[in-house]
Design a protein around this ligand. Structure first.
Ligand code: BGC
Length: 374
């Protein structure tokens, strides 16, 4: 009996090694099944926005020299696809999941499946909400992003009665609330004192005397001015607003745009309106196309979030976890269910005057990628 058992075990080991050699990677077993080992699975929201393609590139660069095997998948703006991606990675035996959810609430099911398999979950850039199946969060300071956008508008404004158009991100993204919260904290006093006049949101007008908004109150405003992080939604919303606005609601205008992709769409619409004499518009992400817009004077500013840092922080965190040590964190975020330990990164404001210093001299982009750079 004993002899047969040993032989069987030896054959199993040889079999497992053969599979490993054939697939060119190491193997692991789980639940009696042989799995190809991918150590770290990364799931990003969509390839349709330059922001996330940028993250993929930075991950690939950072992972070139690691001994761990990694696979990156995109969810193409679908929570169902995101769950399929996570399941596919679990079937490959991942030990760490780094995931940026398409929809923060809907992603709970995917990470709960991962947690059941003993996988450590790192929420990347966007927080997964209302679940305890998440271990860590790596993020930029999103409230600071909103504050910086609003501060830029405030720094450019003079006098009273200046038209202000508000836009926001997708309500399914917790960050959209953090950006808006930060922006409102800076804009509201300047709306209350008459410097700005909101032109495109009755909900925001109804709340303009209130500095600290509840999540429900922010929801009301965001649902009116959301772009859904979609360039076409942003464009049609801006067109609709300018169609109903009177000539006196235009002139020199100020626009809070939540990110670069939507900023370019909205800027194009405002630029095409002959009653708009000048506009100041915000953004974030330092996307290449927006850097060109800033150089050309078509977008006023962006908030540079150095993705290299976020990528490095999440990889360092993953490697600590794989090695069984506790990752370094700087604070925590309440996700509605638990306090999630977080590592947070600062952001940098970029405009025409410092674009070269912030993005070229820092080695983030190359000068040759742009025209008209001084
Ligand atoms: C990210 C932004 C991005 C936006 C749209 C947010 O969660 O923090 O950088 O522009 O999603 O994808």
């Amino acid at each position: 009996m004993k002899k047969v058992g040993l032989k069987f075990v030896a054959m199993m080991i040889i079999g497992i090694m053969a599979v490993g050699m054939f697939t060119g990677c190491s193997t692991s077993t789980s639940g009696g099944k042989v799995k190809n080992a991918v150590d770290i699975g990364i799931v990003l929201p969509t390839k349709d926005e330059p922001r996330w393609v940028q993250d993929e590139t930075r991950f690939k660069n950072a992972l070139k020299d690691t001994d761990y095997s990694v696979e990156i998948l995109f969810s193409q703006g679908s929570s169902a696809k995101e769950k399929e991606n996570v399941d596919a990675l679990l079937a490959k035996g991942i030990k760490i999941l780094i995931i940026c959810p398409h929809d923060g609430n809907a992603a709970a099911a995917a990470v709960e499946a991962a947690k059941k398999e003993g996988v450590k979950v790192i929420s990347y850039d966007r927080l997964i909400t209302n679940t305890d199946a998440i271990d860590y969060y790596v993020t930029f300071d999103s409230v600071a992003v909103g504050k910086a956008q609003a501060q830029y508008l405030v720094d450019q404004v003079k006098g009273a009665g200046n038209p202000l158009y508000l836009y926001a991100g997708a309500a399914s993204d917790n960050n959209a609330f953090l950006f808006f919260e930060g922006a409102w904290s800076v804009l509201q006093p300047k709306i209350a004192d008459g410097t700005f006049v909101i032109k495109n949101s009755s909900e925001a007008l109804a709340l303009q005397e209130k500095l600290d908004l509840t999540r429900e109150e922010m929801s009301k405003i965001i649902s009116q001015v959301t772009t859904n992080w979609d360039f076409n939604d942003a464009k049609s919303k801006a067109e609709a607003h300018l169609t109903v606005a009177k000539a006196e609601d235009k002139g020199d205008v100020f626009i809070l745009a939540p990110n670069d992709g939507t900023a370019r769409s909205i800027a194009d619409v405002f630029k095409a309106d002959t009653d708009v004499t000048k506009y100041v518009i915000t953004g974030q992400d330092a996307e290449k196309a927006s850097i060109q817009y800033i150089i050309d004077g078509k977008q006023s500013m962006t908030v540079f979030k150095d993705v290299r840092t976020l990528v490095k922080d999440s990889i360092d965190m993953a490697i600590s976890l794989l090695q069984g040590t506790a990752p370094e964190t700087t604070g925590s975020y309440d996700n509605g269910k638990i306090d999630v330990k977080a590592k947070q990164t600062e952001v940098i404001v970029v405009h025409q005057q410092n674009v070269k210093e912030a993005l070229i001299d820092s080695g983030y982009y190359e000068a040759g990628e742009f025209t008209g750079l001084k």
